[in-house]
Design a protein around this ligand. Sequence first.
Ligand SMILES: Cc1cc2nc3c(=O)[nH]c(=O)nc-3n(C[C@H](O)[C@H](O)[C@H](O)COP(=O)(O)OP(=O)(O)OC[C@H]3O[C@@H](n4cnc5c(N)ncnc54)[C@H](O)[C@@H]3O)c2cc1C
Length: 415
Amino acid sequence: MQVCVLGAGVVGLTTAYYLARDGHDVTVLEGRGGAALEASFANGGQLSYSYVAPLADPAVLPHLPAWLLQRDSALRFVPRLDVQQWRWCVSFLLACRTHRARRTAVELLALGALSRDALHALVHDEALDFDYVRNGKLVVYRNPVEFERARRRMEPLVAAGVEQHALDAAACVALEPALADAQPLLAGGIHTPSEEAGDCHRFGVALADVLQRRYRVTIRYATPVSELVAPNGSVIAARTPRGDVRADAFVVALGNGSVPLLGALGVRLPIYPLTGYSLTITAPPPRAPRVSVTDLHRKVVYAPLGGRLRVAGMVEIAGMDPGQRVARLALLARHAQEMFPAAGDYLAARTWCGHRPATPDSKPLLGATPYRNLWLNTGHGALGFTLACGSARAVAEAIAGRTPPVDLAAYSLRR
Ligand SMILES: Cc1cc2nc3c(=O)[nH]c(=O)nc-3n(C[C@H](O)[C@H](O)[C@H](O)COP(=O)(O)OP(=O)(O)OC[C@H]3O[C@@H](n4cnc5c(N)ncnc54)[C@H](O)[C@@H]3O)c2cc1C
């Protein structure tokens, strides 16, 4: 079958990979001049399969006033005259109900486990070079009450076989000596040795290369799709400035770009851009962390990527507005300075601002649409790198008419 994948971010490229391995003739269409240049470019680098809990959780409700009022809150809501923003926020609040949040966490854990197995197989089969490390993750807590709560939440996971350890502040520093300066701030941490990290952009570039060389996938860069031509309940072509591209099936993996394209077909996707920022220190001195560290209080992640240190964080519900960029990046640098003061020159870091294509309940949209041959693999929010391989494998299985390894009903448009 001829399959056209729309988007060459981490989600589109992994989709193309599993489709090509299934023997399909695959074409990828991408508006930008290269692979993984949008949300997949300089993200936090975490492959964090055990930390996939949704943002929408009853525990966030008491923090809502701070989101609205405090300019330096890690999560910020900037109200706009935008129906989509308000609709997304209402759905987010509904997703915070306890039973929904719990069910979502279980579903995302299953997709995370599938993604980890799929990524391991991909790395084994294709030997991609993307600064991939299995270095474990340490989530540090400043507040003793929150740490104790996390320790209690960990117990059923440990009983179910997940390897996690609760560490006091001294043990956190013993594990990650770069935390020594921050020790007085820490109540403790939860260490998950099996977590991984890598450079998402380098992963995308390396995978695009393998797709073209080994699997004969055609990738057309600088080819924005302006419209899907769908006269009778199925799509016949993707319209681009270079002409129409016809195929038997189409997969939408356009991240935030999925919304206007499908909106024009009458398919409303509940995706809203959640802005985040990152700093990349290119030559950190030896006192940079080697373990991935998450500072839960600040919602900042630190990932060692080859010889570099990636610092990422902040969530803004503010549309694509670039207005806060300078102030937010400065705030991120201050947070990093506080946690790892000797890890490098934060003022000389490379800066980036990206937009997570997020659904209100943090679950991606996977599978069928009202159009017979149009499929979704989009809306991965803060977890796109982590969940890309599992999502792509599941969608490829559904397109082949096989039963996917996770139940796609949980990720459908009408869930
Ligand atoms: C600050 C930050 C930190 C993050 N940290 C992590 C992390 O640590 N771990 C993790 O798992 N995830 C993380 N994420 C989330 C992750 O980066 C995203 O979920 C993921 O990159 C989404 O991938 P995608 O392929 O769906 O979207 P994108 O990477 O945005 O790809 C979509 C592609 O479609 C193209 N496109 C759009 N419209 C059109 C069109 N009309 N025609 C043609 N092409 C089009 C775009 O150019 C783009 O290349 C983070 C995100 C941010 C912003």
